[in-house]
Design a protein around this ligand. Structure first.
Ligand code: FNR
Length: 183
């Protein structure tokens, strides 16, 4: 039974990416679970802090959440055509906590949401060199590039059936990929 952790890269209370992660948690195929995590409480990476105080509690907690799952769904915002610093910082801390156990051969899929028109395409592409470095197994079978997220997630907005179908298809494909990869 595959367990997926959807990690939102935004700290904002009204984050479209966190809302997309939550939507994913309602659309998991039968036999698969999707839990949602965020990066709240993780300090800026500082090698002096690591040397004096070790891995911060919030990083340890997120590490345990990832180790308890079979696949990681990165739900990325896009800043200036790239990866937001908050999200890269979180992944950098995790790589210091236990890069091999957390990332090596772990099935990973990247999706994202933006109020803009390009669906976080640049940010999703920008993750690839980092994921290659970390040794993850990326799933590319389906894409979720959510543009105009403000209208999708605004109060009273009608259900976006196309988004729900696309996200459900991605989750089914990713879930099958996880089973195949962990056999
Ligand atoms: C943005 N935003 C943005 N959007 C985009 O599609 N491409 C981009 O290059 C950028 N660049 C950018 C830079 C900075 C510094 C900020 C603060 C924002 C807009 C961004 O997508 C928007 O703020 C989203 O709402 C962020 O995601 P959450 O917080 O809603 O999950």
């Amino acid at each position: 039974m595959p367990r997926i952790l959807a990690l939102s890269g935004s700290l904002r209370a009204g984050s479209y990416n966190t809302q997309l992660a939550r939507l994913a948690s309602t659309l998991a195929p039968p036999g698969t679970t999707v839990d949602v995590a965020t990066l709240h409480g993780i300090p800026l990476y500082d090698a002096d802090l690591e040397e004096h105080s070790g891995i911060p509690a919030a990083v340890e907690q997120l590490k345990q959440q990832i180790l308890a799952c079979d696949g990681l769904l990165l739900v990325t915002p896009e800043y200036n055509n790239g990866i937001p610093g908050v999200m890269k910082n979180g992944i950098d801390w995790l790589s210091r906590a236990d890069r091999t156990a957390i990332f090596s051969d772990r099935p990973v899929c990247v999706i994202g949401a933006t109020p803009g028109g390009w669906g976080t395409l640049s940010a999703q592409s920008a993750w690839l060199p980092t994921l290659r470095m970390l040794g993850t197994r990326e799933y590319h079978g389906h894409k979720v590039l959510l543009s105009h997220a403000a209208s999708v997630f605004s109060d009273g907005a009608p259900k976006d059936e196309t988004l729900e179908r696309t996200l459900a298809e991605l989750l089914t494909g990713f879930s099958d990929y996880i089973v195949q990869q962990t056999r």
